[in-house]
Write a protein that binds this ligand. Structure first.
Ligand SMILES: Cc1cc2nc3c(=O)[nH]c(=O)nc-3n(C[C@H](O)[C@H](O)[C@H](O)COP(=O)(O)OP(=O)(O)OC[C@H]3O[C@@H](n4cnc5c(N)ncnc54)[C@H](O)[C@@H]3O)c2cc1C
Length: 391
């Protein structure tokens, strides 16, 4: 982003904080939470270009999941079994931490349910692979079970598939209500409608130039996910934007038990407690167009989502569209998050590249990032920027 001389008010205010966090999505709020727990009394500014949750955190499907069976297979292929299990368990711990620290006994008011999730097998061949994978996962202590086509129909309302693998640890939540709950636990001062466009070291502190004045901080945390390369160009090689689109129908009778992945189509769906059916995905139908920063829906993707609703769901033929929207994911080059110090800066830390899993990762990742500021060894090597620089 750039700022014109006429709009620049950076010489009008100087503010000083112990820590400044840039980006008020799930990652930024979680970082503030763990900083305040680690250092009670710390003075934090949370700077947000739009308003809290205006990025992917307020536009996602609300899956609090470890990922699909297909995701586990890919992790195993890319990193080996031990690492795949560690990555899965990192998300399990994320869910546990969210439940303990944020959701607590407010689950019902946050539209939170721990339902488990299901990955639907798109073909006989994939069904065999999934069943073998389920055995491997079970041997590693991950609670997965097989779901028959009949159960698929009864519990998830979809027809025409071979069966599925259900994992018990997952659930869903209303993303904005979750952020609201997290925000209510913070003392940090939140500056909405304020955009950071320049970051530099200034003596021992960090200087962040915004369109509404300059902020000085002992430490800065850039929790910008897909937007990180727009503020720090050096991340262009490691984080790329990818748009995701969602369609939500008017309420339908209750028929989908929990979050469901249909990875052949790269789509996912769940039903809200209100009966609204939410479906997202199909990026692969128009991948080049979807690799964009533009907040916009397209006919190609939205028609595919609605056709899928009409043809595969029990109550699909009667469905009517209620909402259509898009949001921006930030993909790292190996699909894993990037946590740790920003190269070339002092006391500047980043969290980015949550891909499609920020709700399933960020709260735990923020804890890891905060612990890692004092002790970098606490950040697992697979999440450090250095692992990408080697390739
Ligand atoms: C359609 C869709 C569906 C998804 N579904 C799921 C799901 O079901 N489960 C799941 O786990 N994950 C899902 N994800 C991914 C998940 O939403 C993200 O990984 C997560 O929200 C990222 O959180 P964040 O806080 O890192 O980034 P964001 O929520 O994107 O927050 C970054 C913030 O930075 C602000 N900002 C940008 N530039 C500046 C600047 N210069 N100065 C100040 N502020 C700035 C933005 O306005 C934004 O609010 C989905 C994503 C999309 C797009």
């Amino acid at each position: 982003m750039t700022i014109s001389r006429w709009l620049d008010q950076s010489d009008s205010h100087n503010r000083h904080f112990d820590a400044v966090i840039v980006g008020a999505g799930i990652a930024g709020l979680s970082t503030a939470y763990w900083l305040e727990r680690q250092q009670p009394g710390i003075k934090i500014a949370l700077i947000e270009k739009n308003r809290v949750g205006f990025g992917a955190s307020g536009r996602n499907a609300g899956f609090v999941t470890c990922g699909s069976t297909e995701h586990f297979i890919k992790l195993q292929e890319d990193f080996g079994l031990d690492e795949a299990v560690q990555i899965w368990k990192f998300s399990e711990e994320n869910h546990r931490l969210l439940a303990e620290h944020v959701i607590q006994d407010e689950g019902a008011s946050l539209d939170y349910r721990k339902t488990g999730s299901c990955t639907v097998a798109p073909s006989e061949e994939r069904w065999q692979v999934y069943r073998e994978t389920a055995k491997v996962m079970r041997a590693q202590g991950l609670d997965v079970t097989e779901v028959t086509p009949k159960q698929m129909q009864d519990d998830y309302g979809v027809t025409g598939f071979q069966g599925g693998i259900q994992y018990s640890g997952d659930g869903f939540i209303h993303p904005i209500k979750l952020l609201g709950r997290l925000q209510s636990q913070l003392k940090a001062q939140i500056f909405e409608g304020t955009e950071v466009y320049k970051i530099a070291n200034d003596g021992g502190s960090v200087r962040l130039v915004t369109d509404r004045g300059v902020f000085f901080a002992g430490q800065a945390f850039l929790t910008l996910n897909a937007y990180l390369p727009l503020v720090m160009r050096s991340f262009e090689s490691w984080v790329t934007p990818g748009r995701g689109q969602i369609l939500m129908t008017e309420p339908l009778p209750d028929f989908v038990k929990g979050p469901c992945y249909l990875t052949k189509h790269l789509c996912y769906f769940r039903q809200l407690p209100t009966g609204h059916l939410l479906i997202g995905g199909f990026r692969n139908l128009d991948r080049e167009v979807e690799n964009t920063y533009a907040d916009q829906t397209t006919d190609v993707i939205q028609n595919a989502l609605f056709d899928f609703v009409k043809s595969h769901f029990k109550h699909g033929p009667q469905a009517k569209i209620a909402y259509q929207w898009s949001g921006l994911m930030g993909f790292s080059t190996d699909g894993q998050m990037i946590l740790g110090p920003a190269k070339g800066f002092e006391n500047v830390h980043v969290m980015a590249g949550c891909s499609g899993h920020g709700m399933g990762l960020s709260f735990h990742a923020a804890k890891t990032l905060v612990e890692g500021t004092a002790n970098p060894e606490k950040i697992p090597p697979r999440l450090r920027l250095s692992r990408l620089e080697k390739n």
